[in-house]
Design a protein. Structure first.
Length: 130
């Protein structure tokens, strides 16, 4: 039992000495994290800038792919092989003409114009659907 008291007294004295000699040892340091916050904000800004650059690059490549798709389609279906009636309907539809107006201007039936438009409905399959 004497050893236990001596041991306990030694621990108590050691703790008191630590509190006196090094008072900040048992407390949480209150370091200023402003520098760390500034670094994190700068990193976030750099990441956002890089993200914008990547998005612009992706948009450019997307446009290039759409142009390449148009060229491939033009090579497989040359304009000379397409019916002039179909070309005229598609041209008027490109200018957002109404189906009835297209039929009247070209002297075609309403069903024929609707059929041509439905068969040529998706000229840009790689384009985004918004």
């Amino acid at each position: 039992m004497d050893y236990f008291l001596v041991f306990t007294l030694g621990i108590a004295v050691t703790a008191v000495v630590f509190f006196i000699l090094r008072p900040g040892l048992f407390t949480r340091s209150s370091e200023d994290y402003a520098m760390l916050e500034a670094m994190v904000e700068q990193s976030i800004d750099e990441l956002e800038t890089r993200q914008a650059e990547i998005m612009q690059e992706i948009e450019g490549k997307h446009r290039a792919l759409l142009e390449l798709q148009d060229q491939i389609i033009a090579n497989f279906i040359p304009a000379s092989a397409q019916s002039p009636k179909v070309a005229a309907v598609l041209e008027l539809a490109k200018h957002e003409e109404d189906v009835n107006e297209i039929a009247k201007k070209l002297g075609l039936g309403l069903g024929e114009v609707q059929l041509i438009l439905s068969l040529n409905k998706d000229p840009d399959p790689l384009a985004e659907n918004d």
